[in-house]
Design a protein. Sequence first.
Length: 222
Amino acid sequence: MKKAEIVETIQNRLEGYYPETPVPLDHKDPYTLLVAVLLSAQCTDARVNTVTPALFELADNPKDMAKVAVEDIRAIIRPCGLSPKKSKAISGLSKILIDKYDGEVPEDMAALEELPGVGHKTASVVMAQAFGVPAFPVDTHIHRLAYRWKLTNGKNVVQTEKDLKRLFPREIWNKLHLQFIFFGREYCPARGHNPYECPICKEFGRKELFKDYDKVQEKKKK
């Protein structure tokens, strides 16, 4: 099967499994999404969704958040991990949004990436999910799947993003990146993954996936 056919097959499979792709992080506007995505770094979406209600009850807009002490923000978001860094970032970006953007989240990738605690992946998620601008946010999970399915050479997330954008139509990027995430959680996890049972790996997975799995099974038998 040619590469283009493999790409189309994977695309169709993901669409079949996940025709609907609700945004995993609870939010009501670009600002609350930005904060939620920032909190999701090295933390599960489910954990973030348990923390943000209390945070947004305290302040759900830049003006109110800028008035909250960093220590108070930190106390609420502590379960998300990296709370010292994240609390400072939330406070800092809220003040910048007020000073530079009239309290609005800018619909601009470069402007978003200049905000404290906002990297390329976070900015891409906001552009895609808050503003509907085509983007392909690549985290370690998407990077893992793209490598397993031979869609990228696996060197880094930057290269993976370029490869995926080149392979898949621009108009489906926003939906596809969520389909990758949902599929990875359900069928293609980082640990305990059985490539023989994975709906995509069993057909398109790298050979080393099966070799590594077989080695683990052999060790268990001894």
